[in-house]
Write a protein that binds this ligand. Structure first.
Ligand code: SF4
Ligand code: SF4
Length: 229
């Protein structure tokens, strides 16, 4: 798992309008149905809507365990986590889409209209012929100053590298200006910096070097996730 595949997953999700949602039915079996996604932004949280009296809402209320599968152009994203039915008006208004009127005559205040919030705990990815499995807790563990996911770096074993944070800005290839800048400013990682992404981090992440991110900006996204931004 590296920051690139995390960002690829986020980019795929952003362009996705539907997915498969699996919930647990009354007999304890998984029950899968197609859902429309509401403004998906990343793999941490997914939103959809349903009717308050529909099977999905009833089943989620009894058992929050759920899974979402997104399949796009041969790529696959499977998320495992917990679903919740949101009935508060603030959430209903925030996630209302104009075309919902076809299903809920009363509009965003229709008592039958509710929002499903899915919170991811575990992720399985197959993207561009690369696979990755990780938990959200593992992803959110700060592993570097710049947003690189050092724990899964192939150089860790081959070069006996203890990881970015233990190196105090002096990895095996020299002195890292991003790490030094972060340390000097008293930040654990760039996500804590008000200037993120500064010119230097942008060059590291989005430049055209051998070790730049692909897609560009991957480690900036990880930094922001670490900072909860
Ligand atoms: S580029 Fe610098 S800050 Fe990023 S992981 Fe490597 S040493 Fe750490
Ligand atoms: S975002 Fe840029 S300025 Fe801020 S700590 Fe990181 S490298 Fe330094």
């Amino acid at each position: 798992m590296n920051s690139n595949i995390f960002e690829k997953a986020n980019q795929l999700i952003k362009n996705c309008t539907s997915a498969q949602l699996g919930v647990i039915d009354e007999a304890g079996y998984p029950s899968v149905s197609t859902i429309s996604l509401i403004k998906p932004e990343n793999l941490f949280e997914i939103y959809s809507s349903t009717g308050l009296c529909c099977n999905k809402a009833i089943r989620i209320s009894k058992n929050s365990k759920a899974s979402i599968c997104i399949c796009i152009e041969g790529n696959n994203i499977t998320l495992v986590g917990d679903a919740k039915v949101l009935t508060d008006q603030e959430s209903k208004s925030r996630f209302w889409l104009d075309w919902f009127i076809e299903h809920y005559e009363g509009g965003e205040t229709d008592p039958n209209y509710v929002v499903i919030k899915f919170t991811t705990k575990r992720v399985s990815l197959w993207i561009d012929n690369e696979s990755a499995e990780f938990t959200i807790d593992e992803l959110l563990k700060v592993q570097s100053h710049c947003g690189a996911l050092c724990d899964c770096c192939p150089y860790k074993e081959s070069h006996g590298c203890p990881g970015c944070l233990a190196l105090n800005g002096k990895p095996f290839w020299g002195e890292c200006p991003v790490a030094i800048c972060c340390i000097n400013k008293g930040f654990k990682h760039c996500g804590e910096c008000p200037d993120v992404p500064c010119e230097m981090l942008t060059e590291f992440s989005c430049g055209n070097h051998e070790h730049s991110d692909n897609p560009k900006g991957s480690r900036i996204s990880v930094c922001k996730a670490w900072a909860g931004k």
